[in-house]
Design a protein around this ligand. Structure first.
Ligand code: PLP
Length: 448
């Protein structure tokens, strides 16, 4: 393994300066003073530039449930790029775009029969906003111009997603965001501390949406965006009955329910989508990340047939019905990666594997419960948040430290503020889960 690392390591050593790369969502000065570079990956393991092995505790960024560097996906992309490396999706297309849309929609909840392709979760969110506006306009409801989101929501970084964001740090730098966004409360309650799975308390928080409907008029609201489990802000699992209540209020006022399944999609909670797990039907859903096992950037928006038909049928025959799309929508390499990924999920029963590993994984995470540095634990499926005390320090300071120390102790983990977000690959073995938690505990013991 080390030998095959050498080219990557040589590449990083040949770099005179790390300066030219303005890194995203990174403290650039801190990183460049003390770089952490992942040079290679295989399965659930990654290696840094010095050849040090690490476990990937977060599937990259929730991207690669089937494991890193799957040769089936690499070969499918290679073959596709030799045959047809690019075709415009505006007015033309290429064969596997249709094939992939059909395969994907078969996995989606009932009625979500159409897929619109994007290149990321953020693009999927902004696309979903536009679809909602186009739908209401097509139905003669063009006055529905308000969107509802939640505190502690993360819906990506494009202008729509930033405006929907319930994370103040992601908005405060950018003074100009969209108007007509209302935010309802998040669902984290003190009573639910250390509760595993869906908490009992908090379904009533859905009534915030009803209050907005009485304040602004339900008929002015286009759509509500909900992450079924808020992932990036620290794994907030929906209280029992909460999502059903949101669905009821949406139905009462004709508001579209948009489930953002960028993290929860593709088996993370043990079913194809969180919408299956929690038995709540969306009108629109957003996806990305595990759609291609993280191999090629791609996102998708799943759309209910009634919405597609309303938009398409309302347009004059000689007009483009929905003037929106990306140069790389349904890129052939991404579709090839997506098809190969769905093959792996299916052949290896990976969603079921995620479900069957869940009790073992959550037991292992909950073994940290008594650790004095642990403030709270939350989790569902192969997704768990370990929140640590910040001891009155600046929010995120302890978390950043923990991430650095975990990296040096042999584990990559995504951290938001002071919450470590564990989301292992579905191919992980039980002894590797033990190893992960062992590293985590020792890191907490020593220096977090
Ligand atoms: C729920 C949710 N929506 C949207 C996004 C944005 O996706 P991307 O980073 O691919 O633009 C993310 C990213 O983590 C996410 O978790």
């Amino acid at each position: 393994m080390l030998e095959s690392l050498s080219e990557n390591v040589t590449a990083i050593r040949n770099v005179n300066s790390l300066e030219s790369y303005w890194m995203p969502f990174t403290n650039n000065r801190a990183f460049k003073a003390q770089p952490r570079v992942i040079a290679k990956g295989k399965g659930v393991e990654v290696w840094d530039q010095d050849g040090r092995r690490m476990l990937d505790g977060s599937s990259g960024l929730f991207c690669s449930p089937a494991g890193h560097c799957r040769s089936e996906i690499a070969q499918a992309v290679y073959k596709q790029l030799q045959e047809n490396s690019y075709a415009s999706s505006f007015g033309t297309s290429h064969p596997i775009s249709f094939l992939f849309a059909e395969r994907l929609t078969r996995l989606l909840p009932e009625g979500i029969d159409y897929a619109f392709f994007t290149n990321s979760g953020s693009e999927s969110v902004d696309t979903a906003m536009k679809i909602a506006l186009a739908y209401h306009r097509a139905k003669g409801d063009g006055h529905r111009l308000r969107f509802v989101s939640r505190e502690r929501a993360y819906h990506g970084v494009n202008m729509g997603g930033t405006s929907l964001s319930g994370m103040v740090q992601n908005r405060e730098t950018f003074a100009l965001t969209l108007p007509n966004i209302s935010t309802i409360r998040h669902t984290m309650c003190k009573e639910n501390s250390f509760e595993r799975g869906q908490p009992n308390e908090g379904a009533h928080l859905a009534d915030d949406l009803e209050r907005l409907c009485t304040t602004y008029g339900g008929e002015t609201i286009a759509a509500v965006f909900i992450e079924p489990v808020a992932g990036s802000t620290g794994v907030l699992v929906p209280p029992k009955g909460y999502l059903q209540r949101i669905r009821q209020i949406c139905d009462k006022y004709g508001i579209l329910l948009i489930l953002d399944e960028v993290i929860t999609g593709f088996g993370r909670l043990g079913d194809p989508f969180a919408s299956h797990t929690f038995d709540v039907k969306p009108d629109i859903m957003t996806m990305a990340k595990a759609l291609t096992n993280g191999c090629v950037p791609m996102g998708a928006v799943g759309v209910h047939k009634n919405i597609y038909q309303a938009v398409v049928n309302a347009a004059p025959e000689n007009k483009i019905e929905f003037p929106h799309g990306y140069t790389y929508s349904a890129h052939p390499a991404a579709c090839a990666a997506g098809l190969a990924t769905l093959d792996i999920y299916e052949k290896e029963n990976l969603f079921e594997r995620a479900k069957s590993l869940t009790p073992y994984f959550l037991d292992a995470v909950w073994s940290l419960k008594e650790h004095p540095k642990v403030k709270d634990l939350r989790g569902y499926g192969l997704l768990a948040g370990v929140e640590i005390h910040n001891n009155g320090g600046q929010v995120g300071e302890k978390g950043t430290n923990l991430q650095k120390n975990l990296f040096h102790n042999g584990m990559h983990v995504k951290i938001t503020a002071d919450v470590a977000i564990l989301s292992p690959q579905f191919i992980i073995e039980k002894n590797q889960i033990d190893e992960m938690i062992d590293i985590f505990r020792k890191t907490l013991d020593s220096d977090a």
